[in-house]
Design a protein around this ligand. Structure first.
Ligand SMILES: *Cc1c(COP(=O)(O)O)cnc(C)c1O
Length: 240
């Protein structure tokens, strides 16, 4: 069940205030951080809410679910950008190129090859982020930090791809305090890695997609430019 739109607007206002406060504390402009609404598991109307409220991007973690919802979203909101944030299998790469505006979860050479080929076939430039396991979490997808330079080199050589930056998910801890420590460490690692790669390859890599409902303040302090928020906007999801 989706919450009523009025409740969504209250939640979105609160998250935007939290983002603005975190930016202020970090000496950054509030406009430096984009709020991406994570609509996974919620009905297509969740994406309509986000667009009606004025958000520009929604995130989905499954190709099929995202493309179905996109097809159901009101044509009034055709400018809404759909981003894939969940693990992508190579056999879905073609659909991902067709139906998403950006893929944040690129973590292998094989995937880069598939996405590059399909994007070139379509005469399209697909924006991507490289997903890095910057918190060394055994349970998470994402390339190892040590492989990031090789992946970036592969990606930069592909005409059909444009690398906007890096993405990560911080590991959860056993307690809120431990989770906070993991978040700070993970986000600082991603920021450092981005700075190193940008200098070494002389590319801007402007986007750092990091921070979710529970850790977005830490992410903004570390330089996040995209926070991916689901629970705080739409309420809790059924167990996945
Ligand atoms: C589900 C998901 C989110 C949103 O998480 P919340 O804790 O609900 O804000 C962010 N990023 C990724 C990759 C996700 O899969």
């Amino acid at each position: 069940m989706l919450i009523p739109y009025e409740e969504f607007t209250r939640r979105a206002d609160a998250i935007r205030a939290q983002i603005a406060a975190a930016c202020k504390a970090a000496g950054r402009k509030a406009s430096a951080v984009e709020l991406l609404a994570v609509t996974k598991t919620h009905p297509a109307a969740a994406a309509d809410y986000a667009a009606r409220y004025g958000l520009r991007r929604v995130g989905e973690n499954r190709v099929q679910e995202g493309m179905e919802k996109r097809a159901q979203t009101s044509s009034e909101y055709a400018a809404l950008q759909w981003e894939l944030i969940g693990h992508l299998q190579t056999n879905k790469a073609k659909l991902a190129v067709q139906h998403f505006d950006r893929v944040q979860s690129v973590d292998s050479d094989k995937l880069l090859n598939h996405l590059g080929t399909f994007a070139t076939e379509r005469g399209k430039t697909l924006p991507i982020l490289l997903q890095i396991n910057a918190g060394n979490d055994p349970a998470k997808f994402g390339a190892e930090p040590a492989d990031a330079a090789r992946l970036l080199e592969t990606a930069l050589a592909k005409k059909g791809l444009r690398v906007d930056g890096l993405m990560t998910i911080a590991p959860l801890g056993a307690t809120p305090a431990e989770t906070a420590v993991h978040a700070q460490r993970t986000f600082a690692n991603l920021r450092t890695l981005r700075d190193e790669l940008a200098a070494r390859f002389r590319v801007p890599l402007p986007e750092l997609s990091m921070g979710m409902t529970g850790d977005l303040t830490h992410a903004i302090a570390a330089g996040s430019t995209i926070v991916r928020v689901g629970t705080a906007l739409f309420g809790s999801r059924p167990a996945e």
